[in-house]
Design a protein around this ligand. Sequence first.
Ligand code: XIL
Length: 364
Amino acid sequence: MHVPSLLLAAASLPLAFAGGKGQEKKGLDFYAKKAGLKYFGAATDSPGQRERAGHEDAYAKYDQIMWKSGEFGQTTPTNGQKWLFVEPQQGVFNYTEGEIVTSKAQKAGMYLRCHALVWHSQLAPWVEAKTDWTPETLRAAIVSHVTKVARHWKGKCYAWDVVNEALNEDGTYRESVFYKVLGEEYIKLAFQTAAKVDPKAKLYYNDYNLESPGAKVEGAKRIVKMLKAAHIKIDGVGLQAHLIAEQHPTLDQHIDAIKGFVGTGVEVALTELDVRLKTPATAANLAQQKEAYKNIVGACVQVKGCIGVTIWDFYDPFSWVPYVFEGEGAPLLWFEDFSTHPAYDGVVEALTNKTRTPGRPWRT
Ligand code: XIL
């Protein structure tokens, strides 16, 4: 019978959504939790930092879906916690933009993933402009940055992306300013410092193109092993999962990659999922996109160590994709008019175990 099953479903909603702040609805987060994940979330930006200026007429509807619909149980500030914004000049800290999203997440009772402490991109210009870094002065700058920023949000982040995108595609280290001056020691230092300041936060290494086996996946495993061998805390690997509709990996490739990481003794999360397509969106590329979303979310659901999924915003007009990949777009689950992509149904199918192969062990 329909009504009693709905009531039962509402009764098992997480407390945060049963307490009157959110509305009790079956959304993606509901299905994710039912499948054994901690959350299904969406990154979001403070309005001042959104890729697309204007579009204010969409804000009310956007905010309703983001914060009140029950679709999402987690968020990540897309930009506000990055070095460029939190320490724009050496020793000058500004948490204003990051606070806009993190305080809303707290009020909504959502998990918060914090992003990102040490990254070569969106780095404050002073770090890159300085040509006379010595190992001592750069070590001090990293320790100061990580300490101040992690302390500011101490106790509020389920996880921190401590180091972001340290690897090249072939698994070697990227020649960032950090690597050039300190070698892989900078990774150890960043994790060590974060662990000291916020011992309860899960500390993640986060990167893209880690979703199917290959050299870069091996590189990321090497980082996990290097930290563990030095008895430095690392709890997770974030698979950004910026995928392409027209050429996406298979379900089994995703499962292999995720299991490979879990085998090194860490948890895994999909941290920035989006699936871009060559615009315009057509029935054909939207079907490919649906398949891609279904595979990656299905793989996360099937492997026990995969704890959550975050899409990189949920509303196409606020995606970074058209600004970075020419001729590509529509990578998220809500179109400009707020109708949902076919991929939304693909995600629901994955979260309700429709990708499971008979006989395959479940969440192992
Ligand atoms: C992107 C944001 O979405 C954009 O708004 C910004 O201009 C550039 O960065 N990998 C990451 C994210 O770890 O922080 C990036 O986010 C996307 C790629």
